[in-house]
Ligand binder design. Structure first.
Ligand code: CA
Length: 223
């Protein structure tokens, strides 16, 4: 195996950062710590982490600005950590491209599991074929979605949901089934609807093909 993967812990509260670093190291990750927004940006450039845990309330430069700046240049996995559930809804709405959201107070084991899941997703171990349904096409290996000839830019969560529905077009998925896709890195159950809403928006006119099945969940209608 290559050198251990490195996680940048962007957190100004020392006890929380200590805890995260301790658990991550126990799982074999290398860690770096940034205490301010500026420090996190510097470390991101110099240390080239494989993933970033990013607190939102940070001195100097807040986490949202850090997220924006990094996303303008890089697709490194970013997991947002926040104490406010409203932040999560707002961030999902803004579609800034965070890969996951963790609510404080958290269980450090859960955080490590989410980091592991995101890194595994990025490494992309199983390269299955291309799937099509109606105007949609999904290339799992490239993690690329298409609507007709148009490439559609999706977040990792959106891509996973979309890919699953394209593969089983016509099937009504329970919300719980969609959550099951994520194993231990499942998004909050309440956020599935928001992810679907954003996914529809990304698909433009064809987004209406993702139909709501009342009392159940969602279905992709290919015809
Ligand atoms: Ca903080």
């Amino acid at each position: 195996m290559d050198m251990a993967e490195m996680v940048l812990v962007g957190e100004d509260e020392r006890q929380i950062a200590d805890l995260l670093e301790m658990f991550l190291r126990a799982e074999g990750y290398r860690t770096e710590r940034g205490r301010t927004g500026k420090e996190i940006l510097q470390l991101w450039r110099s240390a080239q982490p494989d993933a970033i845990l990013l607190d939102l309330m940070l001195p100097e430069l807040d986490g949202l600005s850090v997220l924006r700046q990094i996303r303008a240049e890089s697709s490194v996995p970013i997991l947002i950590v926040t104490a406010r559930v409203e932040d999560i809804d707002r961030l999902i709405g803004l579609e800034l491209g965070a890969d996951d959201y963790i609510l404080k107070p958290f269980n450090p084991r859960e955080v490590v599991a989410r980091v592991r899941a995101v890194l595994r997703r990025v490494r992309g171990w199983s390269p299955p074929p291309t799937w099509t349904a109606g105007p949609f096409r999904v290339d799992e290996q490239a993690m690329q979605a298409y609507c007709g000839d148009r490439a559609v830019l999706l977040t990792p969560v959106q891509f996973r949901l979309f890919s699953c529905m394209v593969r089983s077009a016509g099937k009504a998925f329970h919300r719980s089934e969609l959550l099951d896709l994520f194993e231990e890195d499942a998004p909050d159950a309440r956020t599935i609807d928001a992810h679907i809403k954003n996914l529809r928006a990304r698909l433009g006119q064809e987004g209406r093909r993702i139909e709501t099945v009342r009392g159940v969940g969602y279905r992709l209608n290919p015809s």
